[in-house]
Design a protein around this ligand. Structure first.
Ligand SMILES: NC(=O)c1ccc[n+]([C@@H]2O[C@H](COP(=O)([O-])OP(=O)(O)OC[C@H]3O[C@@H](n4cnc5c(N)ncnc54)[C@H](OP(=O)(O)O)[C@@H]3O)[C@@H](O)[C@H]2O)c1
Length: 209
């Protein structure tokens, strides 16, 4: 996909990581379409080219967002609600959207399930079983989609560390304990201009003082 991507849909643009990914994507020259529930949560000076107001659990809103897009970045979350077991649905909607055949960069899961998905699957504590199963379904959908995708599994996402652009990306494993939200956003945008990580599941981490 690299080299052909110009138009990018961003899901989760009003979240902690989304808010710092949007300006990086715009700064890198992409036309960014965002799907947001509440546009007032975007900064007044945002430079998204198109704002679709809607819900990612509404298929029509997702279709509208993906029209004409070459890639999509999914940084959705349900905050600290670990009981939520519908996280995989947005990914399913996006993958099933008829016209979308672009690159999908998908934030798969935050702590605490990353450690289990990339590591010791036998030790998932009972309260985290449903969400781990969701992430599994999402991952399987991606792999079976036939799309170019990057499945991103971060450790703790920190909002008090800077953009360094120096972080370690490892396939199928997680080496460190933290990534800054800025560096995570940087990686999402980087994936749009390289095929290095296409169809791969990656962990990433940084070192911060
Ligand atoms: N590993 C960590 O340390 C860590 C730390 C924080 C978060 N996380 C996780 O990492 C992911 C991203 O983190 P984050 O902090 O950037 O997430 P976040 O701040 O919780 O943002 C989630 C985004 O998803 C959007 N969203 C949720 N449901 C939606 C829906 N039905 N339709 C449209 N948009 C919807 C939210 O929109 P609204 O603005 O409308 O709510 C928001 O933009 C999340 O899964 C989060 O749980 C991990």
């Amino acid at each position: 996909m690299a080299g052909t991507i110009k138009n990018v849909a961003l899901f989760g643009a009003t979240g902690m990581t989304g808010l710092v990914t949007l300006p990086q994507a715009v700064g890198a020259g992409y036309n960014v379409t965002v799907l947001v529930r509440d546009p007032s949560r975007l900064p007044p000076d945002h430079k998204a080219s198109r704002v679709v107001v809607g819900d990612v659990l509404n298929k029509e809103d997702v279709k509208k967002t993906l029209e004409g897009q070459d890639a999509a970045i999914i940084i959705l979350g349900t905050g600290n609600d670990l009981s939520e077991s519908e996280r995989w649905e947005p990914t399913a909607f996006i993958l099933n959207s008829i016209n979308f055949r672009g690159l999908l960069v998908n934030l798969m899961c935050p702590l605490p399930t990353t450690a289990f998905l990339l590591g010791d699957r036998g030790r998932v504590p009972p309260p985290l079983v449903p969400i781990t199963e969701d992430h599994d379904r999402m991952h399987r959908l991606l792999k079976e989609s036939g799309l170019d995708y990057v499945a991103v599994m971060p450790p703790h996402i920190a909002d008090n560390h800077p953009l360094t652009e120096r972080y370690t990306v490892t396939e199928n494993m997680l080496k460190g304990k933290v990534i800054s939200k800025y560096d995570l956003g940087h990686f999402f945008v980087h994936c749009l201009s390289t095929t290095d990580w296409d169809r791969k599941t990656v962990g990433l981490c940084g070192e911060y003082s």
